[in-house]
Design a binder for this molecule. Structure first.
Ligand code: GTP
Ligand code: MG
Length: 285
């Protein structure tokens, strides 16, 4: 059978459920999910192989970066555009819970400029009344700015099969880009770093999670099959250290335990996780 491929970028506002959708399609935790905004920073690639079809997904940072000229966010913007440029088709994911017509069509108009097929996927349909979805599809469809529509729940795995079947039908003759056993561009070290970033995101408030960098110092399978991991949390500002450590070191303990559990689950082994908070060229204030 002839090999076929299709490359899809998953775009949408932050928190729309892009990473949840990718993980569910690919069947593994390759992109972290969090209630807080701007969880995904890197361009994460997920691969789904079905018979002779290879479907490649790019999970991108929230579309808020499409235009913003914020210097700190240049990398995010770059990752977003890399995803868009690489893909054959765009999935624009809409959060039905925070649906705002003007806001969404603005994004879609902008995306029309790149001249790729756009699929609008309404997500979180488990959260709203079913009969309110069709009018929303109609009002966007009337503008002729998108090619087709789906309604799904990425979290509850509703409607995903239809979407995947559609994508399979869109795939075209080409050599595959990835080997049969590759499901992601991200290795285990990246994923374990991301898990710790996500624990910090979940357990600490405000700006801190966005101002730390997780560095892996050791990733070692022991003779008994257990996994030993050492990570540094690099901080740029001295005052973050106290906050991350917490009173009597309780916060960092929570972060460590939460990460250790999540890494264990994801990599399917017993994990011994050690975390250090390290100040990188930060000024004492
Ligand atoms: N109820 C419900 N919640 C969902 C659904 N899909 C995602 N969520 C939740 O929405 C939140 C955001 O999900 P993410 O997948 O991290 O969103 P994202 O679009 O990747 O966000 P960024 O990476 O920050 O741009 C999480 O709390 C998810 O559990 C869904 O279909 N139904
Ligand atoms: Mg994400």
């Amino acid at each position: 059978m002839k090999k076929k491929i299709l490359k899809i970028s998953i775009l949408g506002k932050t928190n729309a459920g892009k990473s949840t959708l990718l993980n569910n399609i690919v069947g593994e935790n390759i992109s972290i999910i969090n209630k807080k905004i701007n969880t995904t920073e890197d361009l994460i690639i997920g691969v789904l192989n079905i018979k002779n079809h290879q479907i490649i997904f790019y999970d991108t940072p929230g579309i808020n970066y499409l235009k913003k000229n914020n210097k700190n966010k240049t990398k995010l913007k770059q990752n977003l555009w890399n995803g868009i440029n690489e893909s054959d088709i765009i999935i624009y994911l809409v959060d039905l819970k925070t649906y705002n017509f003007d806001n969404i069509i603005n994004d879609i108009y902008k995306l029309n400029e790149v001249n790729k097929k756009i699929i609008v996927v309404f997500n979180k349909n488990d959260q709203i009344e079913k009969k309110s979805i069709l009018p929303k599809i109609k009002e966007i469809n009337n503008l002729n700015i998108a090619d087709t529509f789906f309604s799904i729940s990425a979290k509850k795995k509703l409607g995903i099969k239809n979407l995947v079947n559609y994508l399979i039908n869109e795939s075209y003759d080409s050599e595959w880009y990835y080997n049969d056993n590759e499901i992601s561009n991200k290795d285990d070290i990246f994923i374990t770093n991301e898990i710790t970033r996500n624990s910090i995101l979940s357990l600490l408030n405000k700006e801190i999670p966005y101002n730390v960098k997780i560095i892996n110092k050791q990733f070692l399978y022991l003779n008994n099959g257990d996994l030993k991991i050492k990570q540094n949390i690099n901080i740029s500002n001295y005052r973050y250290k106290k906050i991350i450590l917490g009173k009597n070191g309780e916060k960092i303990k929570d972060i460590r335990i939460r990460s250790q559990k999540e890494i264990s689950k994801t990599l399917n082994s017993k994990v011994h996780l050690y975390i250090n908070v390290v100040q990188s060229n930060a000024k004492k204030i």
